[in-house]
Ligand binder design. Structure first.
Ligand code: NAP
Length: 303
């Protein structure tokens, strides 16, 4: 049996993955700070066959915008050290997880395909995060070219799911939306307030779907790079309407604050390559996924 290390194992994706690959080792920053060369060196004194590198400094638009240097530095350090020490210690397979947020802010055509990753500058609101992840892609490509490794990266669209951060400054859109719906229900407000214009387009996938793709990569020993995204590319308004309907609150009104940040207008990617590699893969439907995650956030203590 392979000895599998999952960095970022305590996060949103890691916790979903642990249901499917229970024998892997799941790390959090408490055991190893992956920005520290000493910690990373210590981590790779153990022998790992495969590394799934999820660890990253990740957050929503507000945090990314106010701390671009920290996002750049932390992610560059973690990615560079983990990949270098993995390779030097003889790790056979290494899969990194990037993000569709790192694609060019404006592309020549949509949906974007994998070879367009470096075709133009990323969006200003997450520039530091995006450049650090693009550098990881370049580092993996360079390792494969120079050392003959077969390392790869997946580029997932926006995620939502149980186990996400619910802190208002750090949470991602869908989690923030579901928490706002729950709070509006509790306060009898009958409306939710959202930042921005509601017009940007997004692909949202349940984090468990990404976990299932990672499991398929392990089981089928996949070494290609590919986007992981649902086919639907919906406006923020449409997603909010689906969430209200899925949670039985279709009567609620939605108020947008157009002074709030919208982020990138669109960043939809093609899943054609993924579906060639994993033709039988089935995504969780958005309404079903939202209903499940809403029930989860309703059932936990978020304070
Ligand atoms: P998350 O919930 O924020 O979890 C981040 C993980 O990284 C946690 O386990 C965290 O450990 C660990 N980590 C952070 N800083 C660390 C450090 N200095 N040393 C060691 N570990 C550290 O992230 P996620 O949403 O699961 O994301 C997983 C991957 O998917 C990331 O690479 C992210 O860029 C990518 N991705 C996420 C989304 C999304 O919408 N969430 C979309 C596309 C791609 P602690 O728990 O100890 O802090």
């Amino acid at each position: 049996m392979e000895n599998i290390l999952v960095t970022g194992g305590s996060g949103l994706v890691g916790r979903h993955l642990s249901k499917y690959l229970p024998d892997a080792v799941y790390l959090s920053s408490k055991e190893f700070d992956l920005r520290s060369e000493e910690d990373v060196r210590r981590l790779f004194t153990s022998k790992w066959d495969r590394v799934i590198h999820l660890a990253a400094r990740v957050a929503g638009i507000l945090d990314n915008k106010s701390r671009p240097a920290e996002f750049l530095e932390d992610n560059l350090l973690m990615n560079t050290l983990v990949l270098k020490y993995a390779r030097e210690s003889g790790v056979r397979r290494f899969t990194a997880v990037l993000s569709t947020c790192i694609y060019p802010d404006v592309a020549s055509s949509y949906p974007m395909t994998e070879e367009m990753l470096h075709d133009g500058p990323p969006q200003a609101t997450n520039f530091g995060y995006a450049i650090s992840k693009r550098t990881l892609a370049a580092h993996i490509d360079a390792s494969n070219a120079q050392y003959g490794t077969s390392y790869n990266y997946l580029i997932p669209c926006n995620l939502y799911g149980e186990f996400d951060k619910t802190d208002k400054n750090k949470s991602h859109f869908v989690t923030a939306l579901l928490v706002k719906i729950i709070e509006a229900e509790q306060q009898g407000a009958g409306k939710i307030d959202l930042l921005g214009t509601g017009k940007p387009l997004r692909q949202f996938m349940h984090a468990e779907d990404l976990a299932r793709v990672l499991v398929d990569c392990v089981e089928k020993d996949v070494t290609q790079n590919f986007n992981v995204a649902v086919s639907e590319n919906l406006s923020i308004l449409e997603i909010a309407e689906i969430a209200l309907e899925a949670t039985g609150n279709e009567g609620f009104s939605i108020e947008f604050d157009p002074n709030g940040p919208d982020g990138q207008f669109r960043k939809d990617v093609s899943n054609a390559k993924m579906l060639e590699i994993l033709p039988d893969f089935e995504f969780t439907g958005l309404a079903e996924g939202l209903r499940r995650v809403y029930s989860y956030y309703k059932s936990i203590d978020r304070s």
